[in-house]
Design a protein around this ligand. Structure first.
Ligand SMILES: O=C(O)CCC(=O)C(=O)O
Length: 280
């Protein structure tokens, strides 16, 4: 356990994550406290707060203290009280879309820097979220592979979001969704803008193609890297309760939402911060 001024941080696994106590996230967050939370986020990559009943407005206020909110996700509904809060709700025979390792919206040239996610309705069991540290994955690569990967770039696109687009609008629906969401080329090894640490920057959800390699060659390489991301020593796993809030740094982590709870209902509120106000 270690403490900053107000925060008490309980590290969850050697790879990443800390549970935070010593403050109420739903109380007043002044600039000094926001700086402290930000510093802890840089150190631990994922922060967990319990009993944090953030209203949509408080959640957006907290997000604004980290930076600028950006374009909404193309395929989710938003909260009636606040358009910046996305509602993720799954039940019955839905097919939750986040049971794949991903960093959020890397098909954009500037993916969100961080995300705040609050549990509103939690199934009696299941619906856990896992995060993986991409620092930890990079550190586990052999020096030769690190070197090879550092010369590569890959194309990211919207991946399986094609299915709802197709079901709604056929081929034109896919074209429109691809155009709305965009595609982006990112380095396979990226560097965190604050810590400077290198991390693996491809995901099974959104990385489609390695520039300069043939499709089978790139596919084999990506499959090998996705297998590494799946290793539990790089992970932390959260069992949610109502009013648990997670804040994660989208640069250097990926996450996976277990879809093991249906037909029970699970409802989450999410706000994504696109621009890191302390960096950009
Ligand atoms: O519902 C979750 O636990 C995570 C959802 C997710 O993958 C996301 O917000 O990007």
């Amino acid at each position: 356990m270690n403490a900053r001024n107000k925060l008490v941080l309980d590290r969850l696994t050697p790879a990443l994550g800390a549970e935070v106590s010593g403050l109420r996230l739903d109380g007043e967050i002044d600039e000094a406290l926001a700086d402290e939370i930000y510093g802890a986020l840089i150190d631990h990559q994922v922060l967990i707060f319990r009993d944090a009943d953030l209203s949509p407005a408080t959640m957006v206020g907290l997000a604004n203290s980290f930076g600028e909110l950006g374009a909404r996700h193309h395929s989710y509904v938003t909260h009636p009280e606040n358009d910046d809060v996305v509602i993720l709700e799954w039940k019955d025979d839905d097919r939750p879309d986040a049971a794949e390792w991903h960093a959020d919206m890397t098909y954009r040239a500037q993916p969100p820097f961080g995300t705040i996610l609050k549990a509103v309705v939690v199934p009696p069991s299941g619906g856990d979220t896992l995060w993986a540290s991409m620092y930890s994955v990079y550190d586990a690569l052999s020096p030769g592979l690190r070197d090879d990967l550092s010369k590569l770039e890959a194309v990211h696109d919207m991946g399986a979001f094609r299915t709802p687009a197709y079901l709604e609008g056929g081929n034109d629906g896919i074209q429109a969704a691809l155009q709305g969401a965009g595609t982006a080329v990112h380095p396979v090894i990226a560097h965190h803008p604050v810590s400077g640490r290198p991390y693996l920057n491809v995901s099974e959800s959104f990385t489609r193609f390695v520039i300069g390699l043939s499709a089978p060659e790139g596919g084999r390489l990506l499959t090998e890297l996705f297998d590494l991301i799946n290793r539990p020593e790089h992970h932390v796993r959260l069992r949610w309760k109502p009013n648990t809030v997670a804040i994660w740094d989208n640069r250097g982590t990926q996450h996976y939402a277990c879809a093991d709870y249906l037909p029970q209902r699970r409802v989450m509120h999410r706000v994504a911060v696109v621009r890191d106000g302390r960096v950009d």
